[in-house]
Design a binder for this molecule. Structure first.
Ligand code: ZN
Ligand code: ZN
Length: 258
């Protein structure tokens, strides 16, 4: 029997992210087909918007998030739930996590955040100490965590002290993400992510497995992540989204901490 149920996908983008291809309706149909109980729709934070080398990179605006958070709910008869989320940007300057101008604090079910290397957000520096310090500022910003899952924490062009980042995330109740898209598109990262899994296990931290889907057919695709989980025999009870129940427990914890 498969030890890894992964009933919830914690990281998915819809058409609202502009560089993703599918509507929420199409994603729901895919999620139903692959047997997911729910997925978190986590479109990019508005601050991703920029112009680079003459190319405009669009991001959703705050009005989108407001309508999504206050008026959307998944059709009851489809059997798949949608959690309201956003993928925030970790910044290399204060504030360390991209803020909303409107108060979205109680509207999202959870928030996820990661480094996206665009000059206005986070300029990569080949200095482990510097990058780690910035991550720690973001992890520890505010009385309560500004985000609940650290997305794609491992990247070959962002050297970090993995032990420190894992320890601080664990102290703050933040889960580290195993990002299936990264594993599929950047195969050289597999040994580092394997190491991350071993370190998270050793310090009693937790992970979330996210597809980072940018189209309906990718929703709930965890195959590369599951291969690694099996290789290191990672305990399913340390995966916050292994079952719908474990995910609700994780969300309950966030409410208590909030
Ligand atoms: Zn991302
Ligand atoms: Zn993403």
């Amino acid at each position: 029997m498969n030890r890894y149920k992964l009933e919830v996908d914690t990281h998915c983008h819809s058409l609202a992210s502009h560089h993703a291809l599918s509507s929420i309706g199409e994603m729901l149909i895919s999620a139903q087909k692959v047997g997911l109980s729910a997925f978190a729709l986590s479109d990019h934070h508005p601050s991703l918007h920029c112009e680079q080398d003459g190319m405009v990179i669009h991001a959703p605006d705050e009005a989108y998030f407001h309508v999504f958070c206050t008026r959307y709910s998944a059709p009851k008869d489809c059997g798949v739930g949608v959690f309201k989320s956003v993928e925030l940007n970790i910044l290399d300057h204060s504030p360390w996590v991209s803020p909303f101008y409107r108060d979205f604090n109680n509207l999202f079910d959870l928030t996820i955040a990661g480094v996206h290397q665009f000059p206005h957000l986070f300029s990569a520096i080949d200095n482990e100490e510097h990058n780690t310090e910035i991550l720690l500022n973001a992890i520890n910003e505010g009385d309560r965590p500004q985000f609940n899952i650290l997305t794609h924490p491992i990247s070959s062009d962002l050297p970090l002290n993995m032990d420190t980042v894992i320890r601080e995330c664990t102290n703050r109740g933040i889960a580290l993400e195993v990002n299936n898209s990264n594993l599929e598109h950047k195969k050289h990262l597999a040994p580092l992510i394997k190491l991350m899994l071993q370190k998270v296990h050793a310090c009693g931290g937790r992970i979330a497995v996210g597809s980072d889907a940018h189209m309906a057919s990718e929703v709930g695709n965890f195959s590369a992540a599951i291969d690694l989980l099996e290789e290191v025999n990672f305990p399913p009870e340390l995966i916050v989204n292994n079952t719908l129940d474990s995910f609700y427990l994780f969300l309950d914890e966030l409410k208590i901490n909030n």
